[in-house]
Design a protein around this ligand. Structure first.
Ligand code: HPA
Length: 236
């Protein structure tokens, strides 16, 4: 029962909990760094997926690709065909806020989007969708346990990375209360809500639209590792 995009025939090869970075090479890094007894489960389109164990917990980590159509496809197939119960997106974002800096970590409470994804797929009219309450609580508890500070914020799931007007984000920030921007959570949350599953998203800030502050690769890795520890400890 492989899907058009995932070459797995046996559902038991995929854990009930999936961590999804955007970049499939990040999935490989996470598996190599944090998981034991790792098995490669997918390489269709190089969207690498691995299943292994973190402190005895069975976890799958798989890339989502960039943007809502891409994460929409992979998360739908994982939930619907492979019986996955919870997906935690582990991604990066751009800050819209003067008090949220590069390398900070954000747990997403809700995703606002101008995307037609939820309307087109499921006739959902909302332009803002929530992450799963219990998963958000678990992520916050694990951050507290590890001693890593986090923000809890509404974010903007954007359909575009490049805009004609680079100041337009201020209007979206002020109207919808968005603290940062990424491109996937809204579709992931829509799929989870429609399919009665759980989804959450934790992000590290990789750039700031306010200060145009850039990040170094090494520092990005440090903050990425903090976010990963929070997600892995929260995973059930
Ligand atoms: N825009 C959209 N998505 C992003 C950004 C951004 O600036 N940074 C990281 N993901």
């Amino acid at each position: 029962m492989a899907t058009p995009h995932i070459e797995v025939n046996d559902s038991s090869l995929i854990a009930k909990t999936v961590l999804m970075p955007g970049d499939p090479l990040r999935a490989k890094f996470i598996a190599d760094t944090y998981l034991k007894d790792v098995q490669l489960i997918n390489s269709v389109r190089n969207m690498l997926g691995y299943t292994g164990y973190y402190k005895g917990k069975k976890i799958t980590v798989m890339g989502s690709g960039m943007g809502m159509p891409s994460i929409g496809i992979y998360s739908y197939e994982l939930y619907q065909v492979y019986g996955v119960e919870q997906i935690i997106r582990v991604g990066s974002c751009g800050s819209y806020s003067p008090i949220i800096n590069v390398y900070d970590v954000i747990i997403v409470t809700e995703a606002y989007s101008e995307s037609s994804y939820a309307k087109t797929a499921y006739n959902m009219d909302e332009n803002t969708l929530p992450g799963d309450f219990d998963l958000i609580k678990d992520l916050n508890n694990s951050a507290k346990m590890l001693g890593y500070p986090v923000f809890n914020e509404i974010i903007h799931s954007s359909d575009v990375f490049y805009r004609a007007d680079s100041h337009e984000f201020k209007q979206i920030r002020d109207q919808f209360g968005c603290a940062a921007v990424e491109m996937e959570s809204f579709a992931l949350f829509a799929n989870a809500i429609y399919l009665n599953k759980k989804a959450a998203c934790i992000l590290t800030v990789s750039d700031s639209l306010v200060t145009n502050q850039a990040t170094t690769a090494q520092e990005r890795q440090v903050s990425f590792n903090k976010m990963m520890e929070i997600a892995l400890e929260a995973a059930k």
